[in-house]
Write a protein that binds this ligand. Structure first.
Ligand SMILES: [Zn+2]
Length: 483
């Protein structure tokens, strides 16, 4: 038993005989399996699935549909469907042999990528380029690596005649990064029967963090914050700038933003962040460790929380809802009093609160009836009120998922500490969480801390990380399918 791996999940009462469980868990991909998985990855990278005139998610999902049908998956288990011809989702069901032992497991993967311009990159972002042990291309980190890894694993299991005890479902979906036809949301609301599952695995977050090649921690996203944009506007009748008055749209907006700059939303913990900080406390030393102990105490020590927040922005964002000004516009001429001044305020909302609740809190904080605070929807529409739906407050990660995940991760990256976290970003998991499904974010991709290039220039993946993730997905799908 590896003491540190046991320690990491101790709070979840998941100490395992890891060495024994892990040894039998890994059957490395053969050279032929690898060649197949590389071909799938290359094909996906070279299909442009951006939400732009030249991109098409359907081109990607159709290519994968063909692979499943060619491999002998029955037509009735392979569904290509969507609300728009360019945004078709693919749902593949690998059925249980006989009566299913449990509800299915859903693997949820988005197929779209963020736009990338050839002029910004050193290689063509839509060519799969191998260089110095890396593959370059848009989507190599986010998330065609995992799309390809799961497609390859489903096909390998099928080739080998594997018979799961429950259904395994793979959904490749549209418009996670942007666009109007979010496939995860559409499937869970319009075709629940196709994606209904005991729980959801979403490889769009989490993963293994490397420090100079050494695997340190493996994060499993067990909950996430809700993303929301607000448009804050000050309006004024304006006038000639030679005759200034105290009322002024720019000053009024500045006053509001000044208040926001000095405001902190209330401190909160939930099951996931409590476990996370519990694990972290054992690794940290000195004042940091003492402060973490103090925030976990009842009642939590607010001075310790303030010190931790000042020390590390990610601590602060784990404790509370955060809102920050991200864009600014105002005025219309150098010699005129401004008639409008406007800012975008971006918030990451702690689970359990709704975007409308936060909008009301911003209105109270600004306390200026001359200002309006409106909600900006994902598609950019400005609305007078924000949605009432809250992200589900997380439950403790379940052993059925965490045990094999931890054992297989430990077998591939020995000594790594597996820990459930709350993600500050946002993914498609939110739609399933809101529909009542437990979701776990884990990419099984190992990256150096300073080499995260998702959405950025020259996105790339170490080839070794891809091979390891392939072994992970094969073992993990099988472990969940065997239950
Ligand atoms: Zn993504």
């Amino acid at each position: 038993m590896r003491p540190n791996a046991c320690l990491a999940v101790a709070a979840l009462a998941l100490c395992l005989p890891l060495a024994a469980a892990a040894q039998s868990a890994i059957t490395p991909a053969s050279p032929a399996d690898r060649a197949d998985a590389e071909a799938i990855f290359k094909q996906l990278i070279e299909i442009n699935t951006t939400d732009t005139p030249r991109g098409s998610v359907t081109a990607g999902t159709q290519a994968m549909e063909k692979r499943f049908l060619d491999a002998g998956f029955p037509r009735q288990d392979v569904h290509l469907l969507g609300p728009n011809p360019k945004k078709m989702n693919l749902v593949v069901r690998y059925p249980a042999a006989g009566t299913p032992s449990e509800k299915p497991v859903l693997f949820l993967c988005h197929m779209d990528v963020v736009e990338a311009l050839r002029s910004d990159w050193h290689t063509d972002p839509f060519q799969f380029v191998e260089k110095d042990g890396y593959w370059y291309g848009r989507g190599t980190q986010d998330m065609k690596d995992s799309d390809a890894g799961l497609v390859a694993s489903f096909l390998r299991l099928h080739r080998e005649g594997y018979k799961p005890r429950r259904d395994l479902i793979l959904a490749l979906t549209a418009d996670e990064e942007g666009g109007e036809y979010n496939g995860a949301s559409w499937l869970v609301t319009q075709h629940r029967d196709l994606v209904d599952a005991a729980y959801v695995i979403n490889p769009d977050s989490g993963g293994v963090e490397l420090d100079h090649g050494r695997a340190e921690v493996a994060d499993v996203e067990a909950t996430e914050k809700v993303y929301a944009d607000y448009q804050v506007t000050a309006t004024n009748r304006g006038g000639h700038s030679s005759l200034p008055r105290p009322d002024n749209a720019i000053y009024e907006l500045s006053d509001a933003l000044e208040k926001l700059a000095h405001y902190s939303f209330p401190f909160e913990l939930n099951e996931v962040t409590r476990t996370y900080f519990g694990n972290l406390e054992k690794k940290e030393t000195g004042q940091t460790a003492a402060d973490i102990r103090a925030i976990l105490a009842d009642p939590p020590d607010m001075q310790a929380a303030a010190r931790l927040s000042a020390e590390e922005p990610s601590f602060n964002s784990s404790f509370r809802t955060t809102c920050v000004a991200t864009r600014l516009a105002g005025g219309h001429a150098n010699n005129a009093l401004p008639q409008t001044a406007q800012a975008n305020v971006n918030c990451r909302i702690f689970p359990g609160h709704s975007p409308e609740e936060i909008r009301q809190q911003l209105i109270q904080l600004f306390a200026d009836p001359k200002l309006t605070v409106k909600y900006v929807s994902d598609s950019g529409v400005v609305l007078n009120a924000a949605p009432d739906r809250k992200a589900i407050v997380p439950v403790k990660p379940i052993p059925e998922v965490m045990e094999p995940l931890t054992a297989i991760t430990d077998a591939i990256w020995p000594g790594v500490v597996v820990t459930p976290i709350m993600e500050d970003g946002a993914s498609d998991s939110i739609y399933f969480a809101q529909a009542g499904y437990a979701t776990y974010g884990y990419s099984a991709i190992a990256l150096e801390r300073d080499d995260e290039r998702a959405h950025g220039q020259d996105e790339r993946l170490p080839m070794d990380s891809y091979w390891k993730s392939l072994d992970f997905w094969y073992a993990f799908t099988k472990a969940l399918g065997d239950r």
